[in-house]
Design a protein around this ligand. Structure first.
Ligand code: FCB
Length: 487
């Protein structure tokens, strides 16, 4: 997915595209279990690495945790009604591993499964297609204590859990994604340490990457064995839209390195059945790949998928650095003195010029269209945007309403990019806005709001924002050329 022409951020409001979305296009929103459910100790659920991490002082802003989150576990019927009111045709949520299989071993817990059965039934009753993610970062703590993702055994545990979930829920849920953003699990979790479990060993992060890949492949096998033939299987990857700062050979080399350890470390084993030689060479001093990758692993990892899920927020602008001691690292992935980019110490990350969101992430929808088109050309399989959205500083008016024209413009611009990619031939089957509602934003706690529905964290009252009204109209009409409502 090489994007060699640096783009300037598009003026989102300047152009009103009509949009072109195929029949059956999924108009969705996304969430994840630990970010919304709460009920952390109910019905048999045991702690995950995110419970441990968020309860460790200094790891999450303001000491926030997901103990209560937005209490979706108890309010899911109200939340599904809200989705139906918005007109969503699909909803992507994640299953909590420690709720379904506490401690990561042994039989499934019926009470945990019952929650997802009831959620799926409620969605289906409202005409909303459920899309389940098996792993959105909540590894049972016991499995971390046994070594976590750097331990090969975790991949087998994951496949077992996938099989249990599929057997219990396969009659209701037809679209499954295995992992959400394994790059974050491996490199934010085990290299930079800004995410749970907060470890900082580059070799372990690469071991984690391979075992996430292996877990994905084994889980695809377990899902296919348990699900009806009509089920569609996917993975959600945050592939970086990498752009070299200049055509200088050093900057092109920086882009190559980041594509290798950011993107091709997932796509090459999954879709081509190999790890690329340049990735292996870049990281050979950190891990013994020959010992790590065992015979048969690549055949497991490259089991065919039906869909590729892309999570996109912003492009990644890189160059070489002369002075490796003093790197700017505007990679958008949090602050740590440990890099989440093993084998890429001489790469500098730049903040692209132009507007940014409250995460300080540049706003540039061309990265989304470029990525979709590049993925279509390279891999040829149907695509879904499984996450896209933005945090902004929202203000609640005296009447309780939340006017967020910036978020609406962000969504409008990025849906325009999806429609551009479709017009250029990419087979894009759906778009899942991150997020349905404000929630626990990992290391940022409740400070960063991504929802199109506002949540008052004192009362847990949900209020659709202006962006929700705009998105709802896009879903209703299948078009993007309507204006953003004023307050
Ligand atoms: C993605 C995560 C999602 C959310 C958004 C903002 O990396 O998958 O849970 O935190 O970023």
């Amino acid at each position: 997915m090489t994007v060699t022409d640096p783009h300037t951020p598009a003026d989102l409001a300047a152009e009103d595209r009509a949009g072109a979305f195929p029949p059956g296009f999924a108009w969705g929103a996304a969430t994840a279990a630990y970010q919304i459910e709460g009920a952390a100790a109910e019905d048999g659920r045991t702690p995950s690495i995110w419970d441990t991490f968020s309860h460790t002082p200094g790891k999450v802003a303001n000491g926030d945790t997901g103990d209560t989150a937005v209490d979706h576990y108890h309010r899911f019927r109200e939340d599904v009604r809200m989705m139906a009111d918005l007109g969503l045709t699909a909803y992507r949520f994640s299953l909590s591993w420690p709720r379904i299989q506490p401690t990561g071993r042994g039989p499934a817990v019926e009470r945990g499964l019952d929650f997802y059965r009831a959620l799926a039934d409620e969605l289906l009753a409202h005409g909303i297609t459920p899309v389940a993610t098996l792993y959105h970062w909540d590894l049972p703590q016991e499995l971390e204590d046994a070594g976590g993702w750097p331990n090969r055994e975790t991949a087998y545990r994951f496949a077992e859990y996938a099989g249990l979930a599929a057997e219990a829920l396969g009659d209701r849920i037809g679209i499954w994604t295995t992992l959400n953003e394994p790059w974050c699990s491996a490199f934010l979790g085990y290299a930079s340490g800004v995410h749970a479990p907060g470890r900082t060993d580059p070799g372990d992060s690469l071991r984690a990457a391979h075992h996430l890949n292996l877990g994905h492949g084994l889980a695809v096998g377990a899902l296919r064995a348990a699900l009806p033939a009509s089920a569609r299987l996917a993975v959600s990857l945050n592939l970086h839209a990498v752009r070299p700062h200049s055509p200088h050979p050093g900057d092109l080399e920086a882009a190559r390195r980041i594509e290798a350890v950011g993107n091709r470390i997932w796509t090459s084993p999954m879709f081509k059945g190999r790890y690329d030689e340049d990735l292996l060479a870049d990281t050979a001093h950190l891990v013994d790949w020959d010992a790590l990758v065992q015979p048969g692993d690549l055949a497991e990892i490259s089991r065919p998928l039906d869909l590729l899920g892309l999570n996109y927020y912003n492009p990644t602008l890189v160059s070489s650095v002369e002075n490796a001691e003093n790197l700017p690292r505007h990679d958008g992935h949090g602050e740590s003195s440990f890099s989440p980019w093993p084998g890429a110490d001489d790469v500098a990350f730049h903040l692209a010029p132009g507007e940014v969101t409250a995460m300080n992430w540049p706003i540039d929808p061309t990265g989304l269209s470029d990525s979709l088109i590049a993925l279509h050309r390279e891999f040829g399989l149907p695509l879904m945007v499984t996450e896209n959205g933005a945090a902004f500083e929202d203000t609640v008016s005296a009447d309780g309403s939340v006017h967020d024209p910036e978020r609406a413009a962000y969504v409008k611009g990025h849906l325009g990019a999806v429609s551009d990619a479709i017009a250029a031939g990419a087979d894009v089957r759906g778009y899942f806005l991150w997020s349905l509602m404000d929630n626990f934003e990992w290391a940022y706690g409740y400070e960063k709001r991504f929802g199109i529905v506002h949540v008052d964290y004192d009362t847990l009252v949900r209020t659709p924002k202006t962006s929700a009204r705009w998105y709802s109209e896009a879903i209703r009409t299948g078009r993007l050329d309507h204006g953003i409502p004023s307050a």
